[in-house]
Structures are given as structure tokens and as C-alpha cells.
Ligand binder design. Structure first.
Ligand code: GLA
Length: 727
């Protein structure tokens, strides 16, 4: 193996061959996973335990990595098992940290000690099979290396090859280790409805921090993303980061042990988790993506964004850039009808909108949120000609048509509930807690899944629907599944999500042009699991532009601008704040631009500005959606927010800047750009003359070293500058 590794390196240095992403040192039993940005290693010790060995910047020489060794006990209270960085520990022996797998056998025996059994390398994927020291219970650890993206995906398959059933009580995707040490800091995203993805940073001390959802969906309260650093900022310093791809109950624990280990374990939430595995069956855990960036939080985000665009989201690289969308919700709420929607569509088309989405209210007896969910047929009073006439009108105006659904829900006042009261999750004889007057269908049931698929498929087959806004407006309650055998009932948490993904996958397969937006009362379903099936997320029901700056900043830590639906809505907004229309547009143009305002109320001046802004969006959206994001000034720490997007070849860039409120006539900060080509000259176009600098052509070097001065004077002032490389 060693000469081959050296040859590979030399070839790759000469630029004649792609470097080998996975290497194995047969003699010393070490695996080295390599990407352009980082390397990851593990090895077997003399007892055949798989130990984590290295995770940091890129390595090229496997010989440098010392073999895994069995350590000595420190005391009878500090066994060696606790000190070794076991890559995927089972709960058994003397292990007291968060383990990756916990089982109970039919006879009550719960001890599980996993040792290496075999491995297999296939291109960029490595599978290592661990097996219990006595029984044929296996954990197959999957590692998929994304050499260009700088990310490794890990997940596991738990297999029962014994003749008796076992029950899984914890099935994690991976345990990750930062290099042993103190002084680490955890970054994570928390919030609540209408205030999602707020960035938190706190020191990691001994003990455990749990990030999780017990809500059934991904959740507004915590998002399955984390980052760990010591002293990094946007541009500098090492950052470990990861995101768990799961839209149900998830859990990420961040733990510092007394031995200075920093461990991150993630997968299915262990809360109320119990998954029976009959003989011959297996369970696959969600994918946990993670990476290490040497150049700060900015690079960590860009690596994730690249991975999402290149390897996770459907349709890439051939998907279209996100079109400019209009959504009727804030304009009409439930009061939709053919004439009203046509009138809005006429106005939207004139502005340059490309995708017209009718939101809630079009189906069943849906006049308020009291009734109708589950009855996915067009309301004949509101739409006497079905949806056909409206869709034709929208299409004739040159726009695609999109429609809102909330397929997982039912109102008790609906034909569906009257026919199938047993279809909702429930515990017999117990209350059925309503939230927003609705109950959650037990999507884990295959008959419910088929109903949902058929209802959506029928609507999409019979109408020219290009886009579905897939909403989910409450958390689970009383998650019972009385029809299943008692031991199976808790699998609802997992099977619900699989069935949800299955419906989306089948719809997309049958209707290849169909696009889906993931919405859950705003950002309740923003995760990399659902991103395999959707084109956009709705990050928050809070569309107030100043609040959005922070929601979007947090969102951007883990998720790319392309997938972030962002609307311009009317003021005063939900928090009573009023910001200028240009400010609202520029905030929204940092994602996939949408308009959610009541266009019937817009003045000529509003229409004029909106038309200009939408035209601008169409010029810059390739750079915003497919380029690299640089967060220049954070709304958390400055009175000015600035974000810059740079195209992959650095030939184009867009700078967005926002003044929150100034005091004492203080001048706004100078904004130093990043990510440009220092050696070329850029032409600068200010969208509104708010550039103080008088030159309109500047080198990348000057723009990055000296920066730009902007006339951001008033409260909620905003501007944008478009940069284009001169030939
Ligand atoms: C949720 C969504 C909104 C809207 C309403 C409709 O709150 O997040 O955008 O679709 O439902 O009822």
C-alpha cells in the first residue's frame, strides 16, 4: 500500500490524476480519508477496536499517523475504554459516555461490545463492519468522502443476524471527535416560531449539551447543525462543523469528558426510541455530514453550501436557478378565489414574477384554519371552473403555477377525519390535542401514505402544477399507533419520516418537473434530509426584513442561499416595524426572491421600484444562488450588516449592505470585500448612487484591502453594489 500511496500523491501533485480519497494501511490497520480541505483517520488497536485517530487539515502521508493503541486504566474509576476515542462505541463493558448503539436482546441481555469484522472500499465510499464480540449483531459504518466539497458523510446500518429479535434503544449515525483539548466553543442554531436559526455561541465545558427535536419534525427550536472552534472568526481559524440529515426526532450531543475528549454524537433521538429488529432485519440511520474548515466559519458554510448544491439537492447541476415567486398568503390569507387570484397574477406578471403560488384556502371547506385540511379537492364556490382557468391564466401570463398543501394534517372538521378518525396518531382513550385546530395524520401507516400520495398525485396530474409548497403546521401530540403491535408502536417516529420522504420522492419521479418547497410554519423543516427532495425551504413565517437579517445569518451557517425562499411583504409587518421597500427587497434578494405583499395596495411608486428590483435580481441571482457567500458584517455585532456573494470564477460579485440605525451621525463602517481576484479590475455599479467612492473601476486587491465606503445614513438605509470583472 505505501508505495502506491506515494505514487498517488506524486501523480496528484503533477496534476495528472485525482488523489485517492480513501487509503488503507494494511500493516498498521489505518484508514485515511482525504478531501481537499481536511483529512480524517481511524485505526484498529490490538483488541480490534476501531479508534478515531485524526481529523483536521489535509494530510498526504498515511505513515505519519501513529497506530491505535490500547491505553491503560487510570484508576478503577477511569477505565481505558473511556480514554480511547472509540469510533462507534456500543453500550457495553465499561463505557459511560454517549454511546452510538444500545440494544436489548430478547432475554434482557444488554451488553454490546463492537469489534472490527471486515471492511470494503468502493471508490469514495468505505464501509467498516463491526460485530459484537459474541453475537452476530453488526454495525456497518458507512463513510462517504466528498473530496472536492471537503466533507465526509457518515451513517450506519444496524443488522441483526442472530436468530432472535433485538430492540434498539439508541441508533446513532456517527460519533465525531475534535482533537483532545480545552477551550472549545460550540455554535448552534436555536429559536422558536417566527424567530428561527438564531446563532448561539458558548464555551464547551465538561458535561454534555443536547441539541435535539422531540417534536416529530425538525423543529423551530433547534436546528440539526453544529460548529466547534477555539478562536475562529469568519475568515480565520479551524472550524469543525456538521449537519444531520433527518426531518424527525433528531439528537446531537456535544460532550467534553474528564479526559479532554470532545465528542459529538448524532442520529435518531433516543427519546421515546425503541426499534425492534427481528432476525435478518436492519435499520439505516440518517446521514451525518461533517467537515473541518481551516479558514473560519465563512469557509465552513461555503463547504456545506457547495455540498448541498452539488450532491444533495435534487436535479443539480441541471436544476434551474430559483425563479422570482409570488405567494398570495399575506395578501389574501384564506380568502382566495379565481377572480382575486387572477387579478394578483396580472399584477405579479407585470412586475416580472415567474412563479405564481396560491397559498392556503383553495380546497375543501377551508375558509378559516378550523376546517378542510385533508380534503384535497378544489372548493367549487371559490373556483367554479376548477383550478384549470386560473392556471391557464397564470401560464398565459408567462408564469408557472404553484399550490399550497399541508398533506400530513387533518382538521377534525373535514370529510377525511369523519371517514377515518383512526388515521391520526393517537393513544386510545386519551385526548387528541389540537394545535391550530388540527391533528397529525399517522404518516407511518402505509394506507395514510398512499392516500397522501394519491391526493397530491391526482392534483399534479390533472393540473399544470409546477411547484408545491408543502407545509406542516404543528408539532406531534399523543404519538400513538394503536393498530401496530405494542413493541412496534414507537417506530412511528422513524417510519413517519421515511414515508414522508417516500411520497416526495415518488411525486418527483412521476412528475420530473415538479418542484417542492419545504415549509413547516416557517423554518420547522430546514434540514439536509428533506433537501434531497425539495428545491426550497421557507425559513421563517417572520418576513419582517430587519428580523430576517439575523434569521438569514443563522440559516446561512448551514444552508445555501439558493434554497432560502425570502419574500418582500407589506409594512408594518408582524412586529409592527416598517422598513423601506428597497430595504425589504435587498434583504430578500439574498435568497430566492419572492413577493408576498398585497399587490392591490401597492402605489405606482412601489410598482416602479419593485420592477427595477426584480430586474436587478434576475441579473445577479446566478451569483447569489450559485456563488460563494461572504458574511462581511454581522447584524449581531454591528449597526450595519453586509453580505457579499462572489461567482465561482470571481468574475462577478454583489455586495448587500444595510444600516440598522445610526446614532450621533456616525459614519458607517468601511466594507472590505472578500473572495475577489486581487489581480483583476472590477467595474462597480451602485444600484442607487450610495457609493461614496468616486472611481467606478477598482482592482480586487484594493477592494479587499481598502474596501468601499457607503452612504448609509438613515435608519434602515440599504444599498447594493454589483461588481463585474473588466475584460
Ligand atoms: C403556515 C406557513 C405560511 C402559510 C400558512 C397558511 O403558517 O408558514 O406561509 O402558508 O401556513 O395557512
Amino acid at each position: 500500500m505505501r508505495p502506491l500511496a506515494l505514487t498517488t500523491v506524486l501523480l496528484s501533485l503533477a496534476g495528472t490524476a485525482a488523489p485517492q480519497a480513501i487509503q488503507f494501511d494494511q500493516g498498521r490497520k489505518i484508514w485515511l480519508l482525504k478531501t481537499a480541505e481536511n483529512s480524517y483517520a481511524m485505526g484498529l488497536d490490538a483488541q480490534s477496536q476501531l479508534q478515531h485517530l485524526y481529523w483536521a487539515g489535509p494530510l498526504w502521508r498515511i505513515d505519519d499517523i501513529p497506530a491505535a493503541t490500547v491505553k491503560s486504566d487510570i484508576s478503577s474509576f477511569d477505565p481505558h475504554q473511556m480514554i480511547e476515542n472509540e469510533e462507534f462505541p456500543g453500550w457495553g463493558g465499561v463505557r459511560y459516555y454517549e454511546t452510538a448503539l444500545k440494544v436489548t436482546r430478547a432475554d434482557g441481555n444488554r451488553d454490546l461490545v463492537l469489534h472490527y469484522a471486515s471492511h470494503h472500499i468502493d471508490g469514495d465510499q468505505l464501509d467498516i463492519t463491526l460485530k459484537d464480540i459474541r453475537d452476530d449483531i453488526r454495525a456497518v459504518l458507512h463513510y462517504r468522502v466528498y473530496p472536492a466539497a471537503g466533507i465526509i458523510a457518515r451513517w450506519s446500518t444496524i443488522e441483526n443476524h442472530t436468530p432472535k429479535a433485538i430492540t434498539l434503544e439508541s441508533a446513532q449515525s456517527a460519533t465525531w471527535y475534535a482533537p483532545p483539548g480545552d477551550g472549545y466553543r460550540l455554535s448552534y442554531l436555536s429559536g422558536r416560531w417566527a424567530a428561527e436559526t438564531q446563532l448561539n455561541q458558548e464555551p464547551i465545558h465538561e458535561g454534555m449539551k443536547v441539541l435535539e427535536s422531540r417534536l416529530g419534525h425538525t423543529g423551530h427550536n433547534l436546528n440539526p447543525w453544529f460548529a466547534i472552534d477555539k478562536d475562529a472568526d469568519e475568515e480565520h481559524g479551524g472550524v469543525y462543523f456538521g449537519a444531520l440529515a433527518w426531518s424527525g426526532n433528531w439528537r446531537i450531543t456535544v460532550e467534553q469528558t474528564p479526559y479532554r475528549q470532545v465528542r459529538v454524537t448524532g442520529g435518531f433521538n433516543t427519546f421515546d426510541f425503541s426499534y425492534p429488529l427481528p432476525p435478518g432485519e436492519s435499520l439505516v440511520t440518517p446521514t451525518f455530514y461533517a467537515g473541518f474548515a481551516s479558514h473560519g466559519f465563512g469557509q465552513a458554510s461555503r463547504l456545506l453550501h457547495n455540498l448541498e448544491r452539488e450532491d444533495i439537492a435534487p436535479g443539480h447541476p441541471n436544476s434551474r436557478v430559483r425563479p422570482v415567486l409570488y405567494n398570495s398568503w399575506e395578501a389574501t390569507t384564506f380568502d382566495v378565489n379565481e377572480e382575486g387570484q387572477k387579478a394578483l397574477a396580472d399584477k405579479a406578471a407585470k412586475l416580472g414574477v415567474e412563479l405564481f403560488v396560491m397559498d392556503d384556502g383553495w380546497f375543501g371547506k377551508r375558509n378559516t384554519d378550523n376546517a378542510g385540511l385533508g380534503d384535497w379537492f378544489v372548493n367549487p364556490q371559490k373556483f367554479p371552473h376548477g383550478l384549470g382557468a386560473l392556471i391557464k391564466h397564470v401560464n398565459d401570463l408567462g408564469m408557472d403555477f404553484g399550490l399550497w398543501f399541508e398533506p400530513e394534517m387533518v382538521n377534525p372538521d373535514s370529510d377525511l377525519y369523519r371517514a377515518h378518525p383512526d388515521w391520526v396518531m393517537n393513544f386510545p382513550g386519551r385526548p387528541r390535542s389540537e394545535l391550530r385546530n388540527q391533528l397529525v395524520l399517522n404518516v407511518a401507516r402505509d394506507d395514510v401514505k398512499e392516500y397522501m400520495f394519491k391526493a397530491l398525485d391526482k392534483m399534479v396530474s390533472e393540473n399544470n402544477i409546477r411547484y408545491i409548497k408543502w407545509d406542516m403546521n404543528r408539532t406531534f401530540g399523543e404519538p400513538g399507533w394503536p393498530e401496530a403491535a405494542p413493541a412496534e408502536q414507537r417506530t412511528l417516529w422513524v417510519k413517519y419520516v421515511w414515508n414522508l420522504y417516500d411520497i416526495m420522492a415518488r411525486l418527483r419521479e412521476k412528475h420530473p418537473k415538479l418542484e417542492i418547497e419545504s415549509c413547516s410554519g416557517g423554518g420547522g423543516r430546514v434540514d439536509l434530509g428533506v433537501l434531497r427532495y425539495v428545491d426550497e425551504y421557507w425559513p421563517s413565517d417572520n418576513t419582517e426584513a430587519f428580523d430576517r437579517l439575523r434569521i438569514q445569518e443563522g440559516y446561512s451557517q448551514g444552508y445555501a442561499a439558493e434554497f432560502m425562499s425570502a419574500w418582500v411583504t407589506d409594512v408594518p409587518n408582524m412586529n409592527s416595524r416598517s422598513t423601506p421597500l428597497q430595504y425589504r427587497f435587498l434583504v430578500a434578494m439574498q435568497g430566492a426572491l419572492g413577493i408576498g405583499a398585497n399587490l392591490n395596495k401597492w402605489t405606482d411608486e412601489d410598482v416602479q421600484l419593485a420592477t427595477k428590483m426584480i430586474a436587478l435580481d434576475k441579473r445577479i441571482r446566478d451569483t447569489v444562488q450559485r456563488g460563494d457567500l461572504y458574511r462581511l458584517l454581522s447584524p449581531r455585532t454591528n449597526d450595519t450588516t453586509a453580505n457579499e456573494f462572489v461567482s465561482k470564477d470571481a468574475s462577478e460579485a454583489v455586495l448587500f449592505a444595510f444600516r440598522h440605525s445610526q446614532q450621533y451621525s456616525t459614519t458607517p463602517p468601511v466594507i472590505r470585500l472578500r473572495g475577489l481576484n486581487p489581480a483583476v479590475v472590477y467595474k462597480l455599479e451602485s444600484i442607487d448612487g450610495k457609493l461614496v467612492d468616486t472611481q467606478t473601476e477598482m482592482s480586487g486587491a484594493y477592494l479587499m484591502q481598502n474596501g468601499l465606503n457607503l452612504k448609509l445614513v438613515n435608519d434602515y438605509d440599504s444599498t447594493a453594489v454589483v461588481l463585474k470583472r473588466l475584460p
